[in-house]
Design a protein around this ligand. Structure first.
Ligand code: AGP
Length: 611
């Protein structure tokens, strides 16, 4: 996820771009840049680091004079954070400048095609493909910018929001989107484009929401829209009532709720670029089939929620790829002198890529000469750079301390990896792979339906605002889900909670169950239904009130649980991705009900970069 801003009007563009970008830093902040037409040519300034580095570089925009410009704050997906990978990007003769938010899924193919036509690339980004493709079509079709833009959007696949300047047409800015947000602001002293409303509210509350594959053409005094065949289209503007603070959260009360709602898109962004012609392509992984076949054992090391995804993927890897998996808390792994033998693969999972314990675990494995793989959300982070292999989650920046969308992306990234390993090692047939991939591809819609139907769990949460102890139980993958459900509740509501392997209750914990104690039972593994239901009966007979999260066809459970939340049918390996949604929502609304700071819980940091 990145932030785009553009301005054309009476005023100096650069200060307006910087102001707008500062409102979009929650969308990305590893590098930033601006392109401004100075009356003769397009000038670009861009740099790694937070937006303030760009502000300092340009003296708050004063060194970039001109009335039309585009700006960008980056969240790297393709290509590490660097000056050369920062946006905007130029074409060869610096007559076209582009900023982009999104993922061009066919960028490699297009890059090869362009290189065959003599185009040279300076960066590793997918965006640079767009600017050279624009150059190609612009020069091929009578230097007509609109034609060039329509030709490009017919060729690129994936999600994109583009801001474009043509030096030959210095009073006009072009913008187009598909599956990445972009709006047009109707200003009194000029018009604007932006990834999101907060960037324009200082200048206008009247905006156009651009639909997929619609092109906006802006000048100081006019705004026109065209479809992807360059036919003019009419649009209605909307008036925005949000204040800036609400707008930064997209109208949601907290970033955590916004990020819960972003999960379908984040999961789709992490899955879809990797499913190609019924097989799995993880471009950045860099593991050959031979290396995959040589893996004898997997060690997973991570912390917190990332560790919980590792507990889930132990079952997925062992079930699908038949590779033994050991999962450790990274803070334990780094000090227990683990036995790492030849053929081991150490996988370190980390949203931030900076967690001290996880980084130490990675370094320990590397010191032992063991191949390491980082599953990371932040491109260019320490773990991403130091691991031998890397697989990115594409959740975009996650602001709330309590992880939701990054957690969900870590899960599906590991499903993909396990399926890839299983296929390469001949543990599943192509047909079976196809079935699993089909089930994965519908997960985002299933997640969306659970979020859209959150009212039941939201109401249930309001009843437990005063709870003192809550237990989460499950068996197998359901135990892993319980771990995360428990952490979500305790870290943002400060209510004591514990997750237990359901079969473990009778070995001690059941003595804690009293009249009215809430027990959340996760029951998604069909072959374990009966066992977990017997645990539910045990705790209920001791006075517990049981919330069950189970598969939609398991209606039997209505006879034993007090409240049931159903999840749509999916592979038993993927149920974590669905069952966790009501538990995230439960934790969120209990915290809201207690009037706590959901996004910034006490004593916690988003990334624990110290021991
Ligand atoms: C989970 O909601 C917490 N934010 C925390 O447990 C987090 O998952 C853990 O600190 C690991 O962080 P990382 O993924 O950035 O390494």
């Amino acid at each position: 996820m990145c932030g785009i801003v553009g301005y054309v009007g009476k005023k100096q563009a650069a200060p307006i771009l910087l102001d707008g970008l500062s409102r979009l830093e929650y969308r990305g902040y590893d590098s930033a840049g601006m392109a401004v037409y100075d009356g003769e040519k397009i000038v670009i300034n861009k740099t790694t680091g937070r937006l303030k580095v760009l502000s300092e570089l340009t003296h708050d925009g004063a060194t970039m004079s001109g009335h039309i410009g585009i700006g960008h704050t980056r969240w790297a997906t393709h290509g590490e954070p660097s000056d050369v990978n920062a946006h905007p990007h130029f074409n060869k003769d610096q007559s076209i400048a582009v900023v982009q938010n999104g993922i061009i899924e066919n960028y490699l193919k297009l890059r090869n095609l362009l290189q065959d036509r003599g185009y040279q690339f300076l960066s590793e980004t997918d965006t640079e493909v767009v600017v050279h493709l624009l150059d190609y079509y612009y020069n091929r079709y009578d230097k007509n910018p609109l034609t060039a833009v329509t030709k490009v959007i017919h060729r690129v696949e994936g999600s994109y929001a583009l801001g474009i300047l043509f030096a030959d047409h210095p009073d006009v800015m072009y913008a187009v989107r598909k599956d990445a947000p972009l709006i047009v602001g109707i200003g009194e002293e000029g018009n604007l484009i932006a990834s999101d409303v907060p960037a324009v509210l200082k200048y206008t509350r009247d905006v156009f929401f651009i639909e997929n594959e619609e092109i906006a053409v802006l000048t100081e005094k006019s705004i026109e829209f065209f479809n992807m065949d360059a036919d003019p289209i009419r649009k209605e503007s909307k008036h925005i009532d949000w204040d800036i603070n609400a707008a930064e959260k997209g109208g949601y009360e907290h970033f955590m709720l916004k990020e819960i709602y972003e999960q379908p898109k984040a999961v789709r962004d992490t899955i879809s670029p990797r499913i190609r012609d019924h097989s799995i392509v993880i471009e950045e992984l860099g593991m050959t089939d031979e290396e995959i076949r040589a893996v004898k054992k997997i060690h997973i090391a991570a912390c917190g929620s990332a560790y919980h995804t590792g507990v889930t993927s132990k079952y997925v890897f062992e079930g699908l790829a038949r590779i033994p998996v050991e999962v450790d808390l990274a803070s334990e792994f780094r000090y227990r002198d683990p036995i790492l033998e030849e053929g081991a693969l150490v996988i370190v999972i980390s949203q931030s890529g900076e967690t001290a314990d996880s980084l130490a675990a990675l370094r320990l494995a590397k010191d032992r000469g063991i191949t390491t793989l980082g599953i990371v959300n932040v491109v260019g982070s320490s773990i991403a750079r130091e691991a031998d292999k890397v697989m990115y989650t594409w959740a975009g920046p996650e602001i709330a301390v309590a992880t939701t969308k990054a957690y969900s992306c870590q899960l599906v990234a590991q499903y993909l990896l396990a399926l890839k390993f299983a296929q390469v090692r001949g543990q599943i047939t192509d047909e079976q792979l196809g079935e699993y991939l089909h089930e994965m591809e519908i997960l985002p819609n299933q997640i969306e339906s659970l979020i859209d139907n959150k009212h039941k769990i939201q109401k249930f949460a309001n009843r437990y605002v005063a709870a003192k102890d809550v237990f989460f139980i499950g068996r197998g993958i359901d135990y892993a889900i319980s771990l995360e459900g428990s952490l979500k509740l305790k870290e943002i509501s400060y209510i004591h909670s514990e997750a237990y392997a359901a079969g473990e209750l009778k070995h001690g914990t059941i003595s804690l169950i009293e009249d009215g104690t809430l027990v959340a039972a996760v029951v998604t593994q069909e072959e374990l239904y009966k066992k977990t239901i017997s645990n539910i009966v045990e705790v209920r007979s001791r006075g517990a009130y049981v919330l069950a999260v189970t598969n939609e066809d398991n209606i039997e459970i209505e006879k034993t649980a007090d409240c049931v939340i159903y999840i749509p049918k999916t592979s038993s390996y993927f149920t974590n991705s669905l069952a966790i949604i009501p538990l995230q929502i439960f934790g969120y609304y209990v915290s809201v009900g207690k009037g706590l700071d959901v996004d910034k819980p006490r004593n916690l940091a988003k990334s624990v970069t110290v021991e």
